[in-house]
Design a protein around this ligand. Structure first.
Ligand code: DPP
Ligand code: ZN
Length: 853
């Protein structure tokens, strides 16, 4: 496949002044008429090139005159017209088949309803169009559909005329006053239950809000609606951004490749991120809904009003919008807890990506398949970069820069350089070196050496940075790494500052006053920069850090660091049993934090195999998993009494998804997890009774997950009970599949994939089996006999035929294969070679060839 290059960018030589779309909706044969008002802005001899895929062209005319076949060239990927006037109207009519569209890109059917997904390049599967984000236009839509089957007809913007036509059909018109790129187009048609509310904006405009869900599910949309209103308010208060249409619609769709999509005025959501209630959703679900609703809403300004010039700039909208949603969540909940969760996710997914063959910079310079660019690096590392920018500038200057950005570029499709020009202007700083974060892939490593001279009371800290080589990038320049630091003694902080570390090496020295003891040096507080910190601290200093750190992130991380070392030592056999003093220290940290249960829960959660993978190579996931369980069991031994008392009191309060209660449940579920790993004789029975007693899905699922990892009757009883209770709720059944895939082996996966409710057309279901296994159960997936690879390979080959974006996403599970112990590595390579020889989609072939490359 031919790669697309950032350096090849050229502007589109025409402006599309207006787009009028008419849809005659039928599942098997939908007619789409597009009237494009076009004006030449580039070279006089430029041809008009339109993208188009899987479209059957029915008619084509310019200014009312039908074109003969000789006037255009039609290929698999589009339509080219050589000699067109300087200003004209092009009308095309095409036929498409939404019911046959299993790729879930373009216009398709889900649950008997019409819906769309156009980002990144789905609009070309709807009509012929310049399907690129820098072509922005005004859209009107008129659709007709059967009235009984599709009573609700939605598109972007503002609703217009509606009415009946012949044959039991009706129509609706929508008009979007804001110019937008085609990837933000959306249409939904079907029968929904609607949860409605209103929001009054800061200037007093009343907005009609509606969440459209499956029949009977309206009550389960309440939390999504609540999250939406809080997001709207937060963006006004934090960024001064007001909503800009009279209506805001959300539609929940069961079959969806992304989590959700920010189409102008009509957000379409994977139903997993809309529907929630106490009985069927976990606290993690509530949290995810809150943050994804916010994310998509925030795109209205960072993504929609100002969009990307080309897809290389994807982080311009995604990194920035993730940063915004993370801060929203932090404001809704606990800031330190949110930060720790964000870093856990970053380390497990993005650091792994950055260390493997799929590593790419936050703004890549080339890509083979655009769908494969929606990565942890673009999103999560992209968000970290904005976080660093804000720390360097300070809140106030950051906000000034954002204001200038919104002001200057509203209605435009821009680049990272345009974005940074705003911050350079308001601050007078030069961000040239800082922007290496966008072009250099790989996680920078910062090693630390410290010294203390008791005579002179001088502390010296030497920092050295190194950015590892990544595919296509061998020589790296030093990055500008901002790090918040502090010196800490028994009383607290003696000094706090931010270091802008810009050379390969830097030494900081401090002369402390008479009588001072050696202070603790606190580095990269709150995880200022997304780096790997290499520090050789003795055990005593590490333990002191757990007690004395004033930064909650670093305090938590000190526990993590100790646990990591211990798990590694156990996995390598250099130590047979966990060190008692160390386990004591972790247990003491957990019980000591019990007045902040959400934080205590994070302390009780040991680093998982995903995070340990990077610490030592070659990695042996099976040994790491066993060692982790051993340490969990030892920790449970220390915490048994504490766990009994915490798990013994069942909550009598009415359920509330907010942070406070969720924190209490988080601690309970963390302890349930330890109990499950404890190997205690009574674990099965205890878990089963916890399962039965649970009054909410959070605890029920924690107990079920624990049981799923054990053998025996309690396991079978609980799984059968859960299945019987939830068989008609697909989102909950995804959890049932997920806990088994997350704890089982290849034989378990084979069984799950053969289950009558396994459905290759539903991405959530496929992910609940294949991704839960391959991405969260590394000991199972990387089994040294290759059984895990073979069972996933089988699913991928089938899924890829149905839905290439899904197939390719699952394949990324192989990204760490080179770092594996020799047996698994050989099996993984053999599997990748078989896949390479198979007939894969373009998306999947791109991943396989890079993984092997
Ligand atoms: N829907 C995806 C997101 O919001 C892509 N834009 O991140
Ligand atoms: Zn996004």
């Amino acid at each position: 496949p031919v790669a697309v290059q950032l350096s090849d960018y050229t502007a589109y030589p025409f402006e599309i002044e207006q787009v009028d779309l008419r849809f005659d909706l039928h599942p098997d044969a939908t007619l789409v008429r597009a009237d494009l008002k076009i004006r030449r802005t580039g070279a006089a001899d430029a041809a008009l090139e339109l993208d188009g895929e899987a479209l059957e062209l029915k008619s084509i005319a310019i200014d009312g005159a039908p074109l003969p076949e000789s006037a255009y060239e039609l290929t698999e990927s589009g339509l080219t017209l050589q000699d067109v006037p300087n200003a004209f109207t092009l009308v095309t009519e095409v036929e498409i088949a939404p019911s046959k569209n299993t790729a879930l890109s373009g216009l398709y059917m889900s649950g008997g309803r019409f819906c769309t997904q156009c980002e990144a390049i789905g609009f070309r599967r709807i009509t012929f169009y310049p399907d690129r984000p820098d072509v922005m236009s005004r859209f009107t839509v008129r659709m007709t559909a059967d009235k009984e089957t599709y009573p609700i007809l939605l598109s972007n913007g503002t609703p217009g005329e509606t009415g009946d036509v012949d044959d039991g059909r009706h129509f609706a018109v929508w008009d979007d006053p804001h110019k937008k790129p085609a990837y933000l187009f959306a249409l939904c048609a079907g029968d929904y239950d609607v949860y409605r509310d209103q929001f009054t904006t800061m200037s007093g405009k009343v907005i009609d809000l509606a969440v459209h869900v499956d029949k009977g599910d309206a009550d389960r949309a309440a939390w999504a609606m609540d999250s939406l209103k809080r997001s709207m308010k937060w963006d006004e208060e934090t960024y001064g951004r007001e909503y800009d249409l009279g209506v805001f619609n959300i539609v929940a769709v069961r079959d969806f490749n992304f989590g959700a999509m920010e189409n102008k005025g009509l957000n379409i959501f994977n139903s997993a991120y809309v529907l929630a209630d106490e009985a069927s959703a976990t606290d993690a679900d509530f949290e995810a809904i809150e943050s994804i609703v916010a994310h998509e809403y925030f795109h209205n300004w960072t993504g929609n009003r100002i969009t990307c010039r080309d897809w290389f700039q994807l982080c311009l909208k995604e990194g920035l919008t993730v940063f915004r949603d993370q801060n929203f969540s932090a404001d809704m909940r606990s800031r330190p807890v949110q930060r720790i969760k964000d870093v856990i996710r970053l380390r497990a997914r993005q650091f792994a990506e950055d260390a493997g063959p799929l590593a790419h910079s936050v703004r890549p310079e080339t890509y083979g398949a655009i769908d494969n660019l929606y990565t942890a690096t673009v999103y999560e590392k992209g968000a970290e970069v904005i976080g660093m920018l804000r720390r360097i500038l300070g809140e106030e200057t950051y906000r000034k820069g954002m204001d200038l950005y919104f002001d200057r570029h509203d209605g435009q499709a821009v680049t990272i350089e345009d974005f940074y020009a705003c911050f350079e202007e308001v601050s007078g700083d030069d961000f040239t070196q800082f922007r290496l974060w966008y072009s250099q892939a790989g996680t920078p490593e910062v090693s630390v050496e410290e010294s203390w001279n008791p005579e002179t009371r001088e502390v010296a800290v030497t920092l050295k940075q190194r950015v590892p080589a990544t595919p296509g990038q061998t020589n790296k320049k030093p990055m500008l790494i901002p790090m918040e630091m502090a010196l800490i003694d028994d009383e607290g902080n003696m000094a706090e500052w931010i270091t802008l570390f810009e050379d390969e090496e830097l030494t900081l020295t401090f002369d402390l006053p008479e009588g001072s003891e050696r202070p603790l040096v606190s580095i990269n507080r709150d995880f200022t920069a997304p780096i790997r910190l290499k520090r050789n601290l003795d055990r005593e200093t590490q333990l002191a850090m757990i007690r004395l750190e004033t930064d909650p992130f670093n305090q938590w991380d000190a526990v993590q660091a100790l646990a990591k070392q211990e798990i590694l030592a156990l996995s390598e056999g250099s130590q047979a049993e966990p060190d008692d003093a160390l386990v004591d220290a972790i247990a003491a940290a957990v019980t000591g934090a019990s007045d902040d249960p959400a934080f205590a829960a994070l302390l009780a959660r040991l680093p998982d195999v995903n995070e340990l993978f990077l610490e030592r190579q070659p990695a042996d996931p099976v040994a790491l998993d066993a060692a982790r369980k051993k340490l969990q069991a030892a920790l449970y031994g220390k915490l048994r009494q504490f766990a009994d008392s915490v798990l013994g009191e069942s909550s009598t309060q009415a359920y509330d998804p907010g942070a406070e209660q969720a924190g209490e449940r988080a601690l309970r579920t963390a302890l349930i997890g330890l109990l499950a790993a404890s190997g205690a004789d009574e674990a099965g029975d205890r878990l089963l009774s916890l399962y039965k007693a649970a009054t909410n899905m959070t605890e029920k699922l924690a107990a079920l997950r624990g049981l799923a990892g054990l053998d025996g009757e309690a396991r079978e009883t609980a799984l059968a009970d859960f299945e019987a209770e939830w068989t008609s709720n697909p989102l909950v059944m995804d959890k049932w599949f997920g806990v088994q895939a997350g704890t089982g082996d290849a034989a378990t996966i084979e069984k799950l994939a053969a289950h009558s409710a396994f459905d290759l057309r539903n991405p959530n279901r496929v992910r609940s089996v294949a991704a839960a296994f391959a991405m969260q159960n590394l000991a199972g997936f990387h089994a040294p006999d290759g059984s895990g690879y073979r069972v996933v390979e089988d699913i991928i080959l089938k899924a890829d035929k149905v839905n290439p974006a899904l197939g390719a996403r699952l394949l990324t599970a192989f990204e760490q294969w080179r770092s594996l112990e020799p047996k698994a590595k050989a099996e993984a390579e053999a599997c990748l070679r078989r896949l390479q020889a198979a007939d894969l989609s373009k998306n999947s072939a791109d991943i396989v060839s890079r993984a092997l490359g």
